[in-house]
Design a protein around this ligand. Structure first.
Ligand SMILES: [Zn+2]
Length: 77
């Protein structure tokens, strides 16, 4: 076994944006995450919208624009 190529496998603390922390082992001593098993909707059973960079708002704006567009078309017909 080639010993020199293996990375350091150390104790690791994972910190979530919700405040939950847990320990595991990794090549990094600390990992920060946005979502974890304590706050993810799949595990909590609660509906929660994870809006990344305003994508929901962007969709709603585009959807409203499409609705207005189709109304204009129906007036002409
Ligand atoms: Zn969390």
């Amino acid at each position: 076994m080639n010993v020199a190529i293996h990375p350091n496998y150390v104790d690791c603390v994972v910190r979530c944006a919700c405040g939950h922390t847990f320990k595991t082992r990794s090549v990094k001593s600390e990992i920060t995450v946005d979502i974890c098993s304590a706050c993810h909707p799949f595990f909590t059973g609660k509906q929660k919208l994870v809006d990344t960079a305003g994508r929901i708002e962007k969709f709603q704006r585009r959807y409203n624009a499409t609705k207005l567009g189709s109304q204009k078309k129906s007036k002409k017909a």
